[in-house]
Design a protein around this ligand. Structure first.
Ligand code: AMP
Length: 205
């Protein structure tokens, strides 16, 4: 009788566990102005997981009238990257929030190998799975056009050139870092056309 109850408890616990879908962590890679934000919104709509843009988190930090806020704002205006320590801490804090249990889309993070290593450690510590990496492939001409129509302070032509240079130098190496985990998707076309590739890539995950 006693063993039967224990067995039933174990079966109930196992089936509850089986009902919980595995969390999905998506890393969206791709050049600035490559449409990551738009695709992140669509992933949220389909998969019900929140999207976290480190650019948005940093823009919020930069609003603070403090030395730290001003420093972050200056770096962003120059098109360079904010320090790994600051960005890593923002992501670590964000991943602690309750809504991250089902997973998360990371838009614009990681952007350096050091950030990717930090993320790997963070996910392992929190018992979250390794990320599925979606790389949006967007031709340079299209990026320049898209950024010109967006009109953000760091979208001026000379700053865009700097951001693309930083992307090539610091962020593109992540494609090698993630290796076979990368699913490349054509990023040219309408948002819906691009999303059909993104969705397929995620369902194949
Ligand atoms: P985004 O909105 O992703 O284009 O980011 C705008 C700016 O925020 C970038 O040009 C960087 O200055 C800064 N930024 C955003 N994400 C990161 C990151 N992961 N690491 C360092 N800097 C970042």
């Amino acid at each position: 009788m006693f063993t039967r109850r224990i067995l039933l408890t174990i079966v109930a616990a196992l089936s509850m566990h089986a009902q919980q879908p595995k969390p999905l962590i998506v890393v969206l890679l791709g050049p600035p102005g490559g449409g990551k934000g738009t695709q992140a919104e669509k992933i949220t709509a389909e998969f019900g997981i929140p999207s976290v843009s480190t650019g948005d988190l940093l823009r919020a930090e930069a609003k603070a009238d403090t030395p730290r806020g001003r420093e972050i704002g200056e770096v962003m205006k120059s098109g360079k990257l904010v320090s790994d320590d600051i960005v890593n801490q923002l992501v670590a804090d964000r991943l602690l929030r309750d809504d991250a249990k089902k997973g998360m889309i990371l838009d614009g993070y990681p952007r350096t190998i050091a950030q990717a290593q930090f993320l790997d450690k963070l996910l392992a510590e929190r018992e979250l799975p390794k990320p599925v990496v979606v790389n949006l492939e967007v031709p340079d001409e299209e990026i320049v056009q898209r950024l010109a129509s967006r009109g953000r302070a760091d979208d001026k032509p000379e700053i865009v050139r700097e951001r693309l240079r930083v992307y090539g130098r610091d962020t593109r190496p992540l494609l090698d870092y993630y290796g076979k985990a990368v699913r490349s998707v054509k990023g040219a076309g309408t948002p819906d056309e691009v999303y059909s590739g993104v969705s397929k890539a995620l369902h194949g995950a």
